[in-house]
Design a protein around this ligand. Structure first.
Ligand code: SAM
Length: 305
């Protein structure tokens, strides 16, 4: 960075002093900005640059390679949806695998389900886990659940080695397909997810924005339609601090008992909602069903795949 204010290349804006700007070739010509109150952490792991800052309106913010991963204010909209869309769609989920998700937020949400017996997580970067435990205790609280087993390693290799038919649900909480998460968007990875699921098991994976990455979404949908012989559906949620303000999820089930993602059979009850450090903020059964309603342009493209 020319003025030396951003030696780590974390997106500390040289255009608007004191602000973070999310500049990336993944969304050319636009850059969402947040005012920085204080930079709390900057480091570089084996895999990526890691930064935490206190923003003035969204609480603390976790940034990897210059891209916002979560903010305290809107993380609920992502973590609750990526978790409960799949887990509320099947009866009695017992074994769950999380790929990525090193902040612990998805674990916190999985923990609300009392039917769950085993939660495996495979995150590639231990620095994300450590930084989250230090700066985001209400997110990293997910690691405290005794049902959780954390593995630091590549999710692709972990799934290749997983025994066939092991999991009721696999949740892929990954970063964008540039960097260590690239393979998590490719066909061989989805094949090993399908293999690791029991018949009628479900996958939910982060699947980008219909405003920015319809081409990536079309690829994911067409790969998934070839691999998953059950249901294949796209859903979405709003996350104000993600590029374009929204993010999608790909929900798929393997051949076996039919999964109707749009009509949850395992609604989260009041007791489960109250669990964890806080009650649910975003997810409910109505928003679950609504998440599968797509704008016409996206519906046309996705259904043609
Ligand atoms: N939970 C976040 C949120 O609220 O938006 C989503 C981002 S989460 C921090 C994404 C994680 O995926 C990162 O911690 C990254 O290190 C991890 N990751 C990327 N590639 C991976 C891989 N191949 N295997 C396992 N984890 C990976």
């Amino acid at each position: 960075e020319e003025n030396g204010k951003d030696p780590y290349g974390n997106g500390i804006s040289s255009v608007i002093p004191g602000w973070f700007s999310e500049i990336s070739p993944m969304w050319p010509g636009e850059a969402h900005s947040l005012k920085i109150e204080k930079i709390l952490f900057q480091g570089k792991s084996e895999y990526q640059k890691v930064m935490v800052f206190q923003s003035s309106t969204y609480g603390k913010v976790l940034v990897l390679d210059g891209v916002i991963q979560l903010t305290e204010r809107d993380e609920c909209a992502y973590q609750e949806m990526i978790t409960h869309l799949p887990l509320c769609s099947i009866a009695n989920p017992k074994k769950v695998l999380v790929i990525g998700g090193g902040d612990g937020g998805v674990l916190r949400e999985v923990s609300r389900h009392s039917s769950i017996e085993k939660i495996d997580i495979c995150e590639i970067d231990n620095m994300v886990v450590e930084v989250s435990k230090q700066y985001f205790p209400e997110v990293a609280v997910g690691f405290n659940d005794p049902r959780v087993t954390l593995r630091i390693g590549d999710g692709v290799a972990f799934l290749k080695a997983a025994a066939e038919g092991t999991y009721d649900a696999v949740i892929v909480d990954s970063s964008d397909p540039i960097g260590p998460a690239q393979e998590l968007f490719e066909k061989p990875f989805f094949q090993s997810v399908a293999r690791a699921l029991r018949p009628g098991g479900v996958m939910c994976t982060q699947a980008e924005s219909i405003w920015l990455h319809m081409d990536i979404i079309e690829d994911i949908v067409s790969n998934c339609r070839q691999i998953f012989n059950g249901s294949v559906n796209y859903a979405w949620t709003t996350v104000p601090t993600y590029p374009s303000g929204m993010i999608g999820f790909m929900l798929c089930s393997t051949e076996g008992p039919t999964v109707d993602f749009k009509h949850p059979v395992n609604p989260i009850d009041e007791k489960e909602s109250q669990k964890s450090v806080r009650p649910l903020k975003f997810y409910n059964s109505e928003i679950h069903t609504a998440a599968f309603c797509l704008p016409s342009f996206a519906k046309r493209k996705i259904s043609s795949k």
